[in-house]
Design a protein around this ligand. Structure first.
Ligand SMILES: NC(=O)C1=CN([C@@H]2O[C@H](COP(=O)(O)OP(=O)(O)OC[C@H]3O[C@@H](n4cnc5c(N)ncnc54)[C@H](O)[C@@H]3O)[C@@H](O)[C@H]2O)C=CC1
Ligand SMILES: O=C(O)C(=O)COP(=O)(O)O
Length: 389
């Protein structure tokens, strides 16, 4: 039986993919083969030696020590695009909330709720305090044009906004998803200088820490509205609070409130609801569970953030899966280790990604033999070996 530990609540439709005859799934498992997680912080998690993979049912993996996992031969998966629709809808909502003082207005109506027949007249008299601009005809800057950013850019064009998009690392596949009406910003300053609204959709990495800070805001239009449903640390809290107090930033919407932003009256702080729809929770859970199944049962890797993709269709042959350093001569040494035991290789695939420290090889063999795993493990640069019957 495979053991899967859940660190967050995972949609049951996803867990249904882990057949009860083959998997024990619980939040109280010791020494799991796989971990299923959403936003639980794993940065200080103690990895048991049996742990083969972690599937993040969602997009951001900054709660997982991805590089350390790679070094230990633990494959980390995420579920690209599976919750992008939910995030997009909340961003559209955030754009409207940042513009029209709907929240202030609703709060005020509550204060006059006991005024009986006077309410109608009070509303007409008081509504002028909650006026805010329309989105139509304004400029929106989208930083990061991946699964979420591309959808926002598309819908904002449909709302009549002029949309600038910035993403220097855009994959060719993602580029096909961008509406041709989106203006290609060649540098981030173009976004800062031209946009009335700016929304961020990049992963949180060392290189994106405080992407929006005081210097960035100094370049922006006065009265800019900033939406951050990606990660708190992408924006410098001290600088944004100061920019709000000075009036430079008219509104900041964040899905990641903290001690500094939650108390600021011009910050709309949402309790991390970007992916919290039944549809997205189901999509993410199903994709994450299937990634675990395909890796544990077949050794196939799809949507990993620390290993290359590698899929070899199953036959009746047993299979050896090898995670190794991405350095020259590894395949020759691994295949020699197999042939030194007189075992024939039936089929194999090797995958590496430029710049990634680990590579992966799947070898289908005629038969497994005693000592085979140990022989491959002894090859310098091999990180992890697993055989699957
Ligand atoms: N609030 C929520 O519940 C959710 C938040 N997120 C956050 O949003 C982020 C984006 O999600 P997806 O669009 O699904 O991810 P994605 O991986 O599809 O897209 C990210 C894009 O950012 C681009 N990028 C990376 N560094 C950049 C930089 N310095 N400048 C400009 N572009 C850069 C990449 O090229 C990629 O196209 C996630 O990493 C996660 O942190 C995602 C889903 C739900
Ligand atoms: O997918 C992401 O990056 C998210 O932030 C969603 O987080 P959650 O799964 O709702 O805890």
């Amino acid at each position: 039986m495979y053991k899967v530990k859940t660190l967050n609540s995972i949609a049951p439709v996803g867990l249904d993919n882990l057949e009860k005859t083959k998997y024990i799934v619980s939040d109280e498992i010791d020494a799991p083969d796989a971990v299923l997680v959403r936003s639980a912080n794993m940065l200080k998690y103690e990895f048991n030696p049996e742990l083969l993979c972690i599937a993040r049912a969602g997009a951001g993996t900054n709660n997982i020590p991805v590089d350390q996992c790679g070094e230990q031969g633990i494959v980390v998966f995420n579920t690209p695009g599976a919750n992008a629709g939910a995030v997009k809808e909340l961003v559209l909502c955030a754009l409207l909330l940042s513009s029209r003082d709907i929240i202030g207005g609703i709060d005020w109506v509550r204060t006059i709720a006991e005024k009986g027949d006077e309410i109608g007249a009070l509303v007409e008299k008081g509504k002028a305090a909650f006026v805010g601009p329309e989105l139509f005809g304004k400029t929106l800057g989208v930083i990061g044009l991946g699964a979420v950013g591309a959808k926002i850019a598309h819908d904002a064009v449909a709302l009549g906004m002029t949309v600038y998009g910035y993403d220097p690392y855009l994959s060719v596949e993602a580029a096909w998803r961008i509406s041709s009406n989106v203006i290609h910003a060649k540098d981030i300053e173009t976004i800062y200088k031209n946009c009335d609204y700016i929304t961020i959709h990049v992963p949180y990495l060392e290189s994106t820490h405080h992407l929006i800070d005081g210097c960035a805001m100094a370049m922006m239009k006065s009265g800019v509205r900033i939406i951050n449903l990606a990660r708190a640390e992408l924006v410098c809290d001290d600088d944004i609070v100061e920019a709000i107090e000075s009036g430079k930033v008219a509104c900041y919407v964040t899905d990641f409130p903290n001690a500094k932003t939650a108390r600021s009256p011009k910050v709309i702080a949402i309790p991390h609801l970007g992916a919290s729809t039944p549809e997205s929770e189901d999509n993410c859970a199903v994709m994450a569970a299937m990634e675990i199944v395909d890796y544990l049962e077949n050794g196939n890797i799809t949507n990993s953030v620390n290993m290359p993709s590698a899929v070899l269709p199953r036959t009746n042959d047993p299979r050896i899966c090898v995670i190794h350093k991405n350095i020259p001569d590894m395949i020759a040494k691994i295949t020699s280790a197999v042939s030194s035991l007189g075992i024939n290789i039936e089929n194999m695939v090797n995958a590496s990604t430029k710049g990634r420290m680990q590579a992966y090889t799947i070898i289908d063999v005629q038969a497994l033999a005693p000592g085979l795993e140990e022989k491959i493990k002894a090859v310098e640069g091999v990180i992890r070996v697993r055989s699957i019957c």
